[in-house]
Each structure stands twice: as C-alpha cells, then as structure tokens.
Design a protein around this ligand. Structure first.
Ligand code: G6P
Length: 489
C-alpha cells in the first residue's frame, strides 16, 4: 500500500546485466576512451521514454587500481552506466567458468563440456561460489544506487542469483529477471548440481520473463518437479506470493536498420558488394563464433549442397561472418580451429583460381557494412543448434524490403516461433535437410519469396525492442506485493 504514492513522473529503471553496453579502453592512469555499443537492447533499455534508465554491469576490463576505477566510474556516469569491478580471478571462475563453461552450454542442451567432464565436475563448487560472490557484488552496487520507487531489471544467466541477493537486502524492491537464452527442459536443468539454489533465487523476483512460452513452461516445470512447488497458469506460488512467469519475445530497433539502408555509405557498400558478387547468389551467415550457432554443421550442409548441385558451384557464394567471442574459454578456441579447417577443405575442394565458395571472416563488421550485407543477400542461413531468440534473423528481414530474400531458420531458435511461417524451417543437425533447403531457397519463385518476406517483415516492424522493454517494465510495475497477489483468495 505504501507503494501507491511513490510514482514519480519518470520512474527510475536500474538495468543490471553482466556486461555494460560500452567498450572501455584505458588511455592513461586516469583516462578512458569509451565506445557505446548501439544494439537494439541498448536503445530499448536506455531509450524507453517513460523511464530514466541506468545500466549497471561489468565494463569487460580489469581495473585493479583505485585511480583507474574512479576515472572509469566518472566517464561511465556520463553514459548513464555504473560499473561493477570484477578482478581477474572472479572473471575466470564466474564468467569464463560457471557462466560460459557450465550454464551457457547446459541451457543450450549441449551438456557439460565434453572432454573435460571430470575436471569440470571437480571445479564446479569453486566456480559456483565465485558465481554467488560475483552476483553479490552486483547486488552491492545496485543497493548503493537504489532509491525507493525504482524498478530493478536483472538480465540473463549470469545473474540468476541476483534477485535473491536484492530481496534479502530489501523485500520491497521491485525486481524483474529476464533470461536471454533458452530455459531447457526440466530434465536438463535437474542435472545441474546447483539446480535448486538457482531456482529459489530466481523465484525471489516479482516477475520472471523468457523469450518464448516453451521456456517459461520449462522453468515452471523445473520449479514444480525439482522444488515441489505449485505452478499456476500465471507463475509459481512461492513463499506466500505468486512469482509471475511469462513470455516476452524480444525484437530489434527495426527503424534503425530500415533508415540506414538509405544512407550514402551503406548505398556505396551495397554497390561494391553487388559488383563484387555479380552473377552469383549471395548466401549469408552472421554469428558469434559460438558452439550453439551450429557454424560447422552449416558449412558442412553447404558443402553437401555443392556436392549435389554441380550447376550452382560457380553461381553461389557463402559469406560467413564469425564474430570472435569468449576467446579465453578452451571450447571456443577449439571451435575456431575446427571451423577454419572445414572452410579450408571446402574451398580447396570447390574453389577455382579466381573464386572460392566460402568467404569466412573472423571479425565483426561495422553497422553500415552489416546493413549493406543484409540488403544484398539472397539467402540467409540461421542454423543455430539452440538459440534464445536470434536477432540476426530479424535484422536480415528488416533489410530485405527490396530484395525479398529467403530466410533459412533453425527450428531450435526462439525466432522460429515468430518468423516460422515466413522462413524455411530446418533441423540444423540434419545436413541433408539443410542442403535441400538451400536448393529450395535458391530456386524459390519470386511470388512465394514476396509472400514469405511480407509475413516476416510485418512481424519484425511491429514487435520491436522498445515495445518489448516497455511491456516487461509495465508488467513488472503491475505486480503487486504479497497478499494482493494471492490469486486464489
Ligand atoms: C548472449 C548472451 C548475452 C551476452 C552475449 C555476448 O547473447 O545472452 O548476455 O552478452 O551473448 O556474450 P559475452 O559473453 O561476450 O557478453
């Protein structure tokens, strides 16, 4: 009841995520250069007009000294960002270890690291302790900046322990948690040694959000089966209240992509690419170089397609942009060399003196080059083995108003639930099926392409990142405390 009077004109929103949306480079003892990343998530979270948002997270750099920390904190404040400082050991155990070597593969159905299963099991406990400790460090920063009436929105698998830390400190704090990855079947989740601790902590939040209804359902099943709690269509009954659980599918800032296509530098890029690949159909993959993205499987499917379709060999090119990520984790290092080996073999096999079938890039592209690439693409290949949503598929669709190219999309990406009717859906593990989908996409009549594109385009422009953020926060605001929430009485 006390809450009703505290609705300021512009409510403060504290966004807490492992990573701040900046890249910070140290230029001297007390000097930093900052570059803000401009993705959909950033414009969604820092751009919601109704809220005054601040972003709390790790700046991705080790800053052991106080002078450096102070200077960075000051520089970040201008960008509405607040840093959490993590030392190297914590980063190693919490970020590389528990987050990216355990939770990430498990939530994507890849199990625990294959070759290191025993070593991982042994180091599990210390990594989990580092995870708890890191989450408490995030909580301490939130608590220092929290003012009554703020809403706190925690993001992703890095911060599953955060809702509990926050609520333990202040029961009245309005806390939401959103998962950007899949939440796996409860049978997978229950293999995790810390399965119950994580569930209990997430349930301390007022609102728990997922990209799809299936992920929400898996989470509720995990709570009922592993913790023996009561699930309802609205969420989970937990400690005398209802923790609301729901699906909030994310989107992109589609306008930003559509507008960019008319900019002179993008137009120049488009012309260059068209010239460069004249007479060939362009197929495109854009992924972080991550196991879940199914890059080796995709390239093998492309090889199979070339094998079976001699006609197309000199008339198609696959451009694969593989953005390096989490390069300190051994599994990711192995993946890089595996992909290089496959690409080299296929280019050796099907290349000519003047052309190769696959252009593989180990780096990201700037926004303008990326938009141009999307615009000239005939067929996009998004064949993740699992993916929370996958926004590359949305970005491609947003840039295809002229070309009306085909999207081949994994049925295991969250996006399959929204773009499934317009895309060709595939099982990425089935290389024969993906090869056949490539042939079908390249031969698709224009009337069918237009129809499919229209379906997807309408979805992408009407389900934006801004709308996603607005819906989550207003739903979080609407969750009421304790007794009022008892739906059954
Ligand atoms: C996924 C996760 C994000 C993460 C991003 C990049 O999309 O859901 O939380 O920020 O990957 O990974 P990184 O480990 O570099 O932050």
């Amino acid at each position: 009841e006390e809450r009703q009077e505290t609705k300021p004109f512009r409510q403060r929103l504290l966004v807490v995520a492992n990573r701040l949306p900046v890249s910070a480079v140290r230029k001297g003892e007390d000097a930093w250069s900052l570059e803000m990343s401009a993705g959909g998530l950033v414009s969604a979270l820092l751009g919601v007009k109704e809220f005054e948002a601040k972003w709390i997270g790790w700046a991705g750099v080790n800053v052991p000294d106080e002078i450096g920390q102070k200077a960075l904190t000051k520089a970040l404040a201008e960008k509405r960002c607040i840093p959490v400082f993590l030392d190297e050991e914590i980063v190693h155990q919490y970020y590389n270890g528990y987050c990216n070597n355990i939770l990430w593969p498990l939530f994507h159905y890849l199990g625990l690291p294959q070759e290191d299963r025993l070593a991982t099991t042994r180091s599990f406990q210390s990594q989990f302790e580092a995870y708890e400790k890191a989450n408490q460090m995030f909580a301490d920063v939130v608590n220092r900046h929290y003012e009554e009436g703020d809403v706190v929105w925690c993001h992703d698998y890095h911060l599953m322990f955060l809702p509990k830390c926050l609520k333990t400190h202040n029961k009245k704090m309005k806390v939401g948690w959103f998962l950007h990855t899949p939440f796996p079947s409860s049978e997978i989740h229950r293999t995790l040694p810390s399965r119950s601790e994580l569930l209990h902590s997430v349930l301390a939040a007022d609102l728990v959000g997922f990209h799809t209804y299936d992920y929400a359902r898996h989470f509720v099943s995990a709570c009922t089966r592993i913790l023996g709690l009561e699930g309802t269509p609205y969420g989970v009954e937990y400690q005398g209240k209802l923790t609301r659980v729901a699906a909030f599918p994310i989107g992109i800032d589609s306008e930003r992509f559509i507008r960019a296509l008319d900019l002179p530098p993008v137009q120049d890029h488009i012309k260059e690419l068209q010239e460069r690949f004249k007479g060939r159909k362009v197929m495109l993959g854009v992924d972080r170089l991550d196991m879940i993205k199914g890059i080796p499987q995709k390239i093998l499917a492309f090889e199979k397609f070339l094998e079976e379709n001699a006609y197309w060999r000199d008339k198609v090119v696959l451009l694969q942009i593989a953005v390096p990520t989490r390069t300190d984790v051994p599994e990711y290092q192995k993946l890089t060399s595996q992909v290089h080996e496959i690409v080299g073999r296929i280019n050796g096999r099907f290349g000519t003196l003047t052309a190769v079938p696959i252009h593989h890039l180990d780096r990201s592209l700037d926004f303008h080059a990326l938009c141009a690439l999307y615009a000239v693409t005939d067929v996009a290949l998004v064949t993740s083995l699992r993916d929370g949503m996958n926004l590359v598929s949305y970005e491609f669709v947003a840039c295809q108003e002229k070309k009306k190219g085909v999207l081949i999309l994994s049925e295991f990406a969250g996006a399959a639930q929204s773009l499934g009717a317009g895309a060709i859906l595939v099982n990425p593990w089935n290389i024969t099926e993906v090869a056949a989908a490539i042939a079908r996409a390249l031969n698709m009549p224009s009337a069918e392409r237009e129809k499919r594109h229209k379906h997807n385009f309408n979805h992408v422009i009407s389900h934006t990142a801004q709308e996603w953020a607005g819906t989550f926060v207003s739903e979080l605001n609407d969750t009421v405390i304790e007794a009022q929430l008892r739906t059954r009485q």
